[in-house]
Design a protein around this ligand. Structure first.
Ligand SMILES: O=C1O[C@H](COP(=O)(O)O)[C@@H](O)[C@H](O)[C@H]1O
Length: 225
């Protein structure tokens, strides 16, 4: 498998006073992109992470967005899923459905990879994104759209996940990180030092798209600027 190519310049990042401000800005960012893609082609393809991201989407459930966003035009996907039943507390589907989608939605290509409009990604303290973990061979997968892991270092051990070619084909990615536990990984991912073994979060890199990091002050605390 070939190495993933990584852009050398630092991605755009916005630091918020706290998670409350971050969630307000993330709601506007998401609602604006929803409006843009729905008006351009009548649909909005959105990819969700699990974890704390879902809580950070809560402002979309409030005015004005809960009424103005065209929820029926959303096509929702998951960037990764843990191999558990859909009603298991560890399920990313259940987390997003209970905390977000059930409140708004009646659920009912350049390189050959799908191009999603918006991916809303989280990041673990170890720098993993989706279910792509540091040092794991899956970070180098460059053929398949979706792959699986049976030995995830974070429980539960069995998961399925989008691969980097799909993630990095997106039009927009919001990389949402809050809290001091993630500060070292944020520093490493947004640093300019070159390493032969970058964190998965540092491998999120859009050739034809826009990546924005949404950080609270705790997550950004080790950044210099
Ligand atoms: O296991 C997972 O972890 C990451 C990060 O979660 P967080 O709770 O630390 O924000 C999440 O983005 C991913 O979808 C999930 O499966």
């Amino acid at each position: 498998m070939a190495e993933a190519s990584i852009k050398s310049e630092k991605p755009k990042h916005i630091v918020f006073k706290g998670e409350e401000d971050l969630s307000k800005s993330l709601a506007k960012y998401t609602a604006d992109l929803s409006e843009k893609f729905v008006s351009e082609r009548g649909a909005f393809t959105v990819v969700l992470s699990g974890g704390s991201l879902i809580e950070s989407l809560r402002k979309l459930l409030e005015a004005p967005y809960v009424d103005t966003v065209e929820w029926a035009k959303w096509h929702v996907f998951w960037v990764d899923e843990r191999v558990v039943k859909k009603d298991h507390p560890d399920s990313n589907y259940k987390l997003a459905f209970d905390g977000f989608l059930s409140k708004v939605v009646e659920l009912s290509k350049d390189n050959g990879f799908p191009k999603f409009d918006l991916m809303l990604l989280g990041m673990g303290p170890d720098g993993h994104v989706a279910s792509l973990f540091p040092g794991h061979p899956l970070v180098k997968e460059n053929q398949r759209w979706v792959t699986f892991i049976k030995d995830s270092p974070k429980p539960p051990p069995q998961r399925i996940t989008f691969t980097f070619p799909v993630i990095n084909s997106s039009s927009y990615i919001a990389q949402v990180v809050c809290g001091s536990n993630e500060a070292a990984a944020v520093h490493s991912a947004l640093g300019t030092e070159k390493t032969s073994d970058p964190l998965p979060a540092a491998m999120v890199s859009l050739k034809d798209g826009e990546l924005t990091w949404f950080l609270d002050e705790a997550a950004a605390s080790l950044l210099q600027d």
